[in-house]
Design a protein around this ligand. Structure first.
Ligand SMILES: [Zn+2]
Length: 452
């Protein structure tokens, strides 16, 4: 159905709608942590509670601590990273999310607490606290979170990563939609975003992400597979490794899917895949779509393997291995290490080990925000032909970037501009669209594309 020329709003921190207002507590014009406050009928709800969980201390706006409910679109850190901080303050309002989002959030944030030096009991306290306030929500099943208010909420599939949702909020006066992160229609594991919407009431406000709003083309499945095959052949010929900064959530499943496809056609491309994070095994076991890519013998290997020196195929590095050991493997290995942003976590030590050597490849399968370490490394690939290698500062050391730097934008899990415009075109009767979670350039480009 065609839209009746919605007003497009960019970079505005506060947007009124009938009976309330939406405020971007952060993420109004960046792709960093996002947190949106919905004030409605005397209540406040947070849509997402993003923060960098490695920041010490994690700082959250005051409004977050006073919210009457939290609605989580999906389990990426820039959407859930502030939850442990809320829990330690005694926060006890309900947190609504899909089962998969809750499962990944529990595992991923537990891992962050461990990496931040937390003890087993801290992780247990976090999991227990989250379980206490978590309320599981099914897709396309409207519910009313507050007994005395006529506020109806529905989670719809958003593609992007497993469990990801767009969230619809309906009152007698208003209909709102929060896109969450919108995936491209081509992701084999996460699936496509919802494209069927009720037409019983106009949308007063659609709050929409714009991460790749200024990107036109996307890689096709065939292009992804060809690029991946080429990367593996090159790494094998040079006897190097491929390191993938990714958080084992979402994109890693998609990557394994494509690896499966290309090795089925050409078994010389079969290389061991190491999931170098404690999350790897648990996510593999807990999320059926990933388990489906591993046959029974593979799963058996997964559950007993923790030594990359002995096992072929897909395995996890359960203990914190010395990254030097991975570099010394004589067979080309694809090493997936958290976290995707390259700023913190185990990926930093992997990069220190692998970046200085030209036989290695660093492969980015996730969007890297401007200013991030990942984006800096990608921009350095242009200067690699020069005699002196560019350097990147990691853990206060200047590390030369001689490894080959590659990207697979087709796995970025964010729809590009045509996908975002198509998502809007499926929505009937929109009055206003407010863009957020994107740079100014991405928002302006998307706003232009959405304007009649
Ligand atoms: Zn996301």
């Amino acid at each position: 159905m065609t839209n009746s020329q919605p007003t497009i709003i960019t970079r505005q921190e506060e947007i009124p709608f009938p009976g309330g207002r939406v405020r971007f507590l952060n993420g109004a014009d960046t792709v960093q942590a996002t947190m949106t406050l919905v004030e409605i009928d005397g209540l406040t709800m947070l849509v997402d509670c993003g923060a960098n969980p490695f920041q010490t201390p994690v700082e959250l706006p005051d409004e977050a601590f006073e919210a009457d409910a939290i609605l989580l679109t999906h389990a990426h850190m820039d959407h859930v990273g502030g939850i442990p901080r809320l829990l330690t303050s005694g926060f006890f309002a309900p947190v609504f999310a899909t089962d998969t989002t809750l499962a990944i959030t529990r595992i991923a944030l537990g891992e962050c607490i461990r990496q931040n030096g937390g003890e087993h009991r801290d992780v247990r306290a976090f999991s227990g606290g989250l379980d206490h306030i978590a309320r599981s929500v099914g897709f396309d099943s409207p519910f009313k979170p507050f007994s005395k208010r006529d506020i109806e909420i529905t989670f719809h599939p958003a593609g992007h990563i497993l469990g990801a949702a767009s969230i619809e909020i309906k009152t007698e006066q208003a209909r709102l939609l929060f896109s969450g992160d919108i995936g491209p229609a081509t992701l084999p594991v996460a699936g496509a975003p919802n494209d069927t919407w009720k037409n019983d009431q106009p949308f007063d406000l659609v709050v929409m992400e714009s991460t790749r709003g200024d990107v036109q083309a996307d890689q096709s499945r065939m292009e992804i597979e060809a690029a991946l095959a080429d990367m593996i052949r090159t790494a094998q010929a040079q006897n190097g490794h491929i390191v993938v900064p990714a958080s084992i959530i979402g994109r890693t499943q998609e990557l394994i899917h494509y690896l499966n496809n290309i090795t089925e056609r050409d078994d010389t491309l079969q290389i061991p895949v190491a999931l170098d994070t404690a999350m790897g095994l648990r996510i593999a076991n807990d999320t059926p779509p990933l388990a489906a890519f591993v046959d029974e013998s593979g799963l058996a290997k997964l559950s007993r393997a923790d030594d990359p020196l002995n096992i072929d195929g897909l395995y996890t590095v359960r203990k914190t291995k010395d990254p030097k050991k991975l570099r010394e493997l004589d067979k080309t290995t694809l090493i997936v290490t958290g976290f995707g942003s390259c700023d913190s976590g185990r990926i930093v030590s992997q990069l220190i080990e692998l970046l200085p050597y030209p036989e290695n490849t660093v492969l980015f399968i996730g969007y890297q925000a401007p200013g991030s370490v990942g984006r800096q490394i990608i921009s350095m690939s242009d200067g690699q032909q020069e005699d002196v290698a560019p350097t990147i500062q990691l853990n206060d050391e200047d590390i030369p970037v001689r490894a080959s730097i590659r990207t697979l934008p087709g796995l970025y899990a964010h729809a590009t501009q045509p996908g975002l415009v198509n998502w809007v075109n499926q929505l009937p009767n929109i009055k206003q669209i407010a863009l957020h979670h994107g740079t100014a350039a991405a928002q302006d480009a998307l706003a232009k594309a959405l304007s009649p």
